[in-house]
Write a protein that binds this ligand. Structure first.
Ligand SMILES: *[C@@H]1O[C@H](CO)[C@@H](O)[C@H](O)[C@H]1NC(C)=O
Ligand SMILES: *[C@@H]1O[C@H](CO)[C@@H](O)[C@H](O)[C@H]1NC(C)=O
Ligand SMILES: *[C@@H]1O[C@H](CO)[C@@H](O)[C@H](O)[C@H]1NC(C)=O
Length: 301
């Protein structure tokens, strides 16, 4: 009994003290849960109390018990009737890994709404985002690196899975502690994925989801860095060919619409004569020859 009274005394902002004899039973928010996800977001959800009046509106507060600092959440989500059933804090980088007090109270014209609360330490409610693997490799050696992000935890355990070659059943699983990297010798071709969890030492920490798988092709001599270069050369070649074909098409069409008529002065034709069409007509076998020449020239570079 004295323990209960002591804890009430130590939590002056708790619902226990706000408990209101006039509060309508069953009107309070139910099933309040809060969790942290994707590093920066603190999200809470609850259900509208089954006996809540039609005009109920809920408010979520995050309270730091030792300083009584409180923040009301602003990004609420609502149900189809406009009643709030969730809220998200979208930048929690300034919070410490404290034991916080999450409180939902409510307002209504019709009746008083009791409050609902939970207490939680932020690192315990974080759903860790999976790290993503980066790395370099050659025929004899591969180095994979990753980084786990969290504002509230810094000590992690990782599970790394490596699928060798094209055979999906050939799987190696490695546990990595206190390191953000893993090395392989004579790696060949493989695919790796990773997940992490807090290394707090107690049972029941949950794993992050798996990272997207990353494949490493280490046995061909071309390094990964050469790919963007080759791609741009191929694209450049294609574009040049396309441009040449289009230009040739255009000039042969102009030629068909304005065939050279002797004796009549034609300003449009004069214009083309003064420019490039003269040269073009001099070699006039049609546009095919033109494009073939250009393609060969590009192909040789
Ligand atoms: C709260 O959760 C319990 C257990 O899952 C469920 O029976 C109850 O219907 C939920 N309350 C509301 C208002 O949805
Ligand atoms: C709800 O709780 C917050 C935080 O303790 C408090 O500031 C606010 O006045 C309360 N609102 C109602 C309607 O009780
Ligand atoms: C592979 O990379 C490692 C580390 O960068 C380097 O020491 C080694 O000489 C390289 N081997 C080959 C065959 O390129």
């Amino acid at each position: 009994m004295s323990v209960i009274w002591l804890s009430v005394f130590l939590m002056p902002v708790s619902c226990l003290l706000e408990r209101d004899p006039d509060g309508k039973p069953g009107a309070a928010a139910e099933n309040l849960t809060c969790w942290i996800h994707d590093v920066d977001f603190l999200e809470c959800s609850w259900a509208v109390g089954r006996a809540a009046p039609w005009d109920v509106q809920y408010h979520l507060y995050l309270i730091q018990p030792d300083t009584y600092e409180e923040w009301e959440c602003v990004h609420y989500t609502t149900d189809t009737q406009g009643r709030r059933t969730g809220c998200c804090f979208d930048d929690i980088s300034g919070l410490k890994n404290h034991h916080y007090h999450f409180l939902v109270n409510g307002t209504s014209e019709a009746s008083r709404i009791p409050c609902t609360e939970i207490f939680a330490t932020l690192s315990e409610i974080e759903i860790l985002a999976p790290p993503s693997i980066s790395g370099t490799c050659n025929k004899s050696y591969s180095l994979m690196e990753w980084k786990m992000s969290s504002h509230f935890s810094s000590d992690f355990v990782y599970e790394l899975q490596i699928y060798k070659g094209a055979d999906p059943t050939h799987l190696d699983t490695h546990t990595v502690i206190d390191k953000n990297s893993y090395e392989l010798v004579n790696p060949g071709t493989y695919t790796a994925r990773i997940r992490g969890k807090n290394n707090l030492g107690y049972f029941g920490e949950t794993w992050s989801s798996w990272s997207p798988p990353r494949s490493f092709e280490c046995d061909n001599d071309r390094s990964l860095g050469a790919w963007p270069m080759m791609l741009s050369i191929v694209l450049g070649t294609l574009l040049t060919v396309l441009l040449v074909v289009l230009l040739c098409r255009r000039f042969s069409v102009v030629q068909k619409i304005f065939p050279p008529v002797p004796g009549i002065r034609d300003p449009i034709k004069d214009f083309f004569h003064n420019n490039r069409l003269v040269d073009w007509e001099a070699g006039a076998e049609g546009w095919q020859e033109c494009s073939v020449e250009e393609v060969q020239a590009v192909g040789e570079t």
